[in-house]
Design a protein around this ligand. Structure first.
Ligand SMILES: [Zn+2]
Ligand SMILES: [Zn+2]
Length: 299
């Protein structure tokens, strides 16, 4: 993935996110062989975006071929004036952090015996990013690589992760007796157009499921909470194996649910238990496995 700056200009700086046993690594590709000429700018942008996302930096390691022969602890950089884990949002001088990482990389290179101690090596930033846990890697990469609100960079699951991160920060502030400032917000009535990702659904499947439910939630058994303007009971259709996980858009994979149960199926801590119970409760359902997504061309 290439880094795009906040003006929408794509830089010659590459990175990937890699899950590890400890969490998530952001791997910055080395500069060399005419590639990644914007390495320094890329590192700067990535660090400031990680700070915006309230990521905690657990450490930085050099990941060059020479470094990989060393034990993991020896690959870690000691960055002057900073200690890890480091709450990036609390760092007032991101530039000095970046320069600190740069000098530590040079020093590491000199220890390696390389000529001049190349400051643009392949780096691993070890991230503690709890809000990212349920978000797919490519969505996270788009969030870090692209400017804010760029098309594809602001999917609903990401907006949720941001709210989760902001909420966590408030809780941390309360726990530490730090003041909470009421946000100033912004104007309403602001509209933007972009490319959205969505999963097309068959109208006749929705209609069949709602008709069959007979106005009752198939999860809790209660009557629909209200009638719509057209007199029909309000229920939502949920796919037991999510469409986003490759579940089929068929009646044996879909149930009618009241809004409470529907949100619960998506967000509750016990959603897996609820899903299993639903598969038993509704005999027509089939427990479909996860399947790859079929990408249709953009319309
Ligand atoms: Zn319900
Ligand atoms: Zn659903």
């Amino acid at each position: 993935m290439k880094v795009t700056n906040d003006q929408g200009h794509e830089l010659d700086a590459r990175f990937v996110l890699e899950p590890t046993t400890a969490g998530l690594d952001l791997v910055i590709t080395a500069r060399g062989g005419g590639l990644n000429s914007d390495y320094e700018k890329g590192v700067a942008i990535l660090i400031s975006r990680l700070a915006q996302w309230r990521v905690v930096l657990d450490g930085v390691s050099v990941d060059s071929s020479v470094a990989r022969k060393l034990p993991t602890e020896e690959r870690r950089l000691a960055v002057q004036n900073f200690s890890f884990p480091l709450e990036l949002v609390a760092v007032t001088d991101i530039r000095s952090l970046r320069l600190g990482i740069r000098s530590a990389t040079v020093a590491f290179g000199q220890r390696e015996g390389a000529i001049g101690g190349n400051p643009t090596k392949r780096l691993r930033l070890h991230l503690d990013w709890p809000a990212a846990r349920d978000v797919r890697l490519n969505v996270l990469e788009a969030a870090l690589g692209g400017p804010a609100n760029a098309s594809g960079g602001d999917k609903p699951e990401l907006a949720e992760a941001r709210v989760a991160a902001a909420t966590k920060e408030l809780r941390t502030r309360v726990a530490q007796d730090r003041p909470i400032v009421c946000p100033s917000g912004g104007p309403g009535g602001v509209r933007t157009w972009g490319v959205a990702v969505y999963y097309p659904r068959k109208d006749d499947v929705i209609a069949w499921v709602l008709h069959t439910a007979g106005g009752r939630c198939e999860v809790c058994g209660d009557a629909a909470p209200f009638l719509k303007n057209d007199g029909e009971p309000y229920l939502e259709v949920h796919h037991v194996r999510h469409l986003a996980d490759g579940g089929p858009d068929q009646t044996d994979n879909a149930v009618a649910a009241c809004p409470n149960c529907h949100r619960r199926l998506h967000f509750s801590a016990d959603r897996e238990v609820l899903r299993s119970a639903l598969l038993v409760r509704v005999p027509r359902l089939v427990d479909y496995p996860k399947a790859p997504i079929i990408e249709l061309p953009t319309v």
